[in-house]
Design a protein around this ligand. Structure first.
Ligand code: ADP
Ligand code: MG
Length: 388
């Protein structure tokens, strides 16, 4: 049996509010060990679910009105299948988006009552949104016996975020939330959705996320620009080489051969993407060999690329990674997620973890006047039912 941090409070709230016993489901947030900005470039990524999750309590109510209460937001929304489109934007969109996608694929969803509680910090790059969507989709699928596969649940959750919430995310977050296994990372091919598990038992090491607590507004527009830059440059190089348009058909050498066909910026972006895809493969080997020093080195190299070639880092993230380089017992560090703020992920000796947090807090506060937050994460199990 794996350890879950499901919310007893959500169950209590459900019983008080709706006067019956629910069935209880959960789905985790995620980290991405390496393979950053690679999901939408259709390469390999290496995510894992974590021991922070969203709990979803559900019971049908024999009416036509859905009632959903969020403990985090302290708000209940109620709607029917003919009114849900007019629910104002906000947290409920992540839930309703899933219902909407299920209806689109022809599923009948009877009205239900639900309470939701999560301990994945919002907007910190741990994908609380995917945890919420996947908890919702997994719960509805199991409860109403819709017979969807895990892959379909991940895809429906992603579609909910794309179409109903309006965020153009790749599949990585939802895939990780649904498919994660304790102490394993997933090497996911974002093109074919083929995947393989790699052991991630870190022994005397642990993973700590350090949150810069900044979010530079540049992020959204730069994300779209990167997507365009990569797409265009990939097309030009694939055409020149006469191969199907995919990064797996290109090598770093091709960049030199065809450098005159793309501009300097595009060459930098591609150089990062090809390097990062290669690092994911090297990281799989390092994990198999339990070579954590090699893994740490790859994390630092990934950050170098994100900072100088892909140019999605920022002063605060770079400060944290530089600080880590001088810290004894710390093997590797890099920005994690979209960039321009958010968290760094750090591979560090367990015994040095407290002093790292203390010293980085002091240094970061001195530099930026902000006290960073830290999350120590363990790799946890994907979507499941909580058997009470
Ligand atoms: P991230 O996915 O990086 O945490 P997002 O902005 O994509 O950040 O998603 C965060 C949003 O997801 C929250 O602002 C909230 O609307 C919604 N959300 C996530 N978890 C919950 C929850 N447990 N209850 C209600 N809303 C949630
Ligand atoms: Mg999100």
């Amino acid at each position: 049996m794996f350890s879950s941090n499901f919310s007893q409070k959500a169950i209590q709230e459900f019983q008080n509010r709706y006067q019956k016993k629910p069935r209880v489901f959960r789905s985790p947030g995620r980290i991405n060990l390496i393979g950053e900005h690679i999901d939408y470039n259709n390469g390999w990524v290496m995510p894992a679910g974590i021991d922070k999750e969203v709990t979803f309590c559900i019971s049908k109510n024999e009416t036509d009105t859905f009632r959903i209460f969020s403990l985090n937001q302290q708000e209940e929304v109620s709607f029917t299948l003919s009114t849900y489109n007019s629910i104002p934007s906000g947290w409920a969109k992540y839930v309703i988006g899933v219902i909407d996608e299920l209806i689109k694929v022809g599923k009948k969803i009877p009205a239900f009552d639900a309470t939701i509680d999560g301990n994945v910090p919002f907007g910190s790059g741990l994908s609380s949104s995917a945890a919420l969507e996947c908890a919702t989709a997994f719960a509805i699928n199991e409860y109403f016996e819709l017979n969807l596969s895990r892959k379909e649940i991940a895809l429906i959750s992603q579609a909910a975020e794309n179409n109903f919430v309006g965020v153009n995310c790749g599949i990585m977050d939802q895939f990780a939330s649904v498919f994660s296994k304790e102490n394993q990372v997933i090497r996911l091919d974002c093109d074919t959705l083929e995947y393989e598990y790699f052991p991630c038992e870190l022994g005397e090491y642990t993973l700590i996320l350090a949150n810069t607590l900044v979010k530079h507004s540049l992020g959204d527009s730069e994300y779209n620009t990167r997507r365009r830059e990569c797409e265009t440059a990939l097309e030009v190089l694939s055409d020149a080489k006469g191969v199907e348009k995919s990064f797996r058909n290109l090598t770093i050498e091709d960049l030199n051969t065809y450098s005159s066909l793309i501009n300097e910026t595009q060459a930098k972006r591609l150089s990062f993407v090809l390097g990062e895809i290669n690092r994911v493969q090297l990281a799989s080997k390092a994990l198999k060999n339990k070579d954590f020093h090699e893994l740490g080195k790859l994390l630092y190299e990934s950050h170098e690329g994100l900072q100088h070639l892909y140019e999605v880092s920022c002063e605060e993230l770079d400060f944290m990674v530089n600080f880590s380089k001088g810290f004894e017992g710390l093997l590797g560090s890099r920005m994690m997620g979209g960039g321009f703020g958010g968290c760094t992920i750090n591979l560090i000796e367990r015994k040095s973890s407290q002093s790292f947090q203390k010293e980085l807090t002091g240094a970061y506060f001195k530099q930026f006047g902000i006290e960073p937050e830290f999350y120590q994460v363990n790799i946890g199990e994907g979507s499941s039912e909580v058997i009470l």
